[in-house]
Write a protein that binds this ligand. Sequence first.
Ligand SMILES: C[S@@+](CC[C@H](N)C(=O)[O-])C[C@H]1O[C@@H](n2cnc3c(N)ncnc32)[C@H](O)[C@@H]1O
Length: 203
Amino acid sequence: MADAHDSSHHHRYDHHDWDSPEYVSDWASGQDQKEKARQEPFQVLAETIPYDKAVPIRILDVGAGYGALTQFLLSRFPNATAICQDGSVEMAKLGQERMHHLKGRFEYALCDFSKPGWTRKLTGPFEAVVSAIAIHNAGSPKIIERIYSDIFPLVKNGGCFINFDRERPPLEDQMKWLRKAGFQDVQRFWTGETRALFGGFKR
Ligand SMILES: C[S@@+](CC[C@H](N)C(=O)[O-])C[C@H]1O[C@@H](n2cnc3c(N)ncnc32)[C@H](O)[C@@H]1O
């Protein structure tokens, strides 16, 4: 899997170790304290999804982890369901526990988004493809560009792809790749200190 430091190592993403139960558990407890700070961009994300809150939309959360964004969206869209895509069995386990109360409204799909063909397991279309602080883990700009073009066919006409992530690679490049993939009205919806909320629509 993608690793900026050792591409021959198959169990690490960037400097993280998402396959380690200890690493995942530590990351999740650290993240819990930061969760409050994410409420604002998550709220903007929910408002940017171009559907009425009552519509039974299908959501794909790319690199969903334990499902922080999925949970947030399923509470705002009470008739929605979600596919939580992730490459880490440990994260999926944690997500099953943490989202127990949402049983029946979400499923995990395990695959590595840095590998071509990762979307084969994902049955679209989705009204909303979303992602939070995950895609930068793919490491190389070329791979991120490809991931954006892989996502486009999964989005339903009238739907959107919205990503909350680091501005690394530079946001201008990422927005260019989104336009190249076919998304329209590509824009930044919210800006934080180190992260941005950006994406586009499929018309
Ligand atoms: C920083 S966590 C974010 C999790 C969640 N989206 C959130 O905001 O709480 C990054 C997630 O991306 C997943 N991930 C990283 N690289 C991946 C890859 N190549 N394929 C699939 N998932 C990957 C990790 O397993 C991890 O769950």
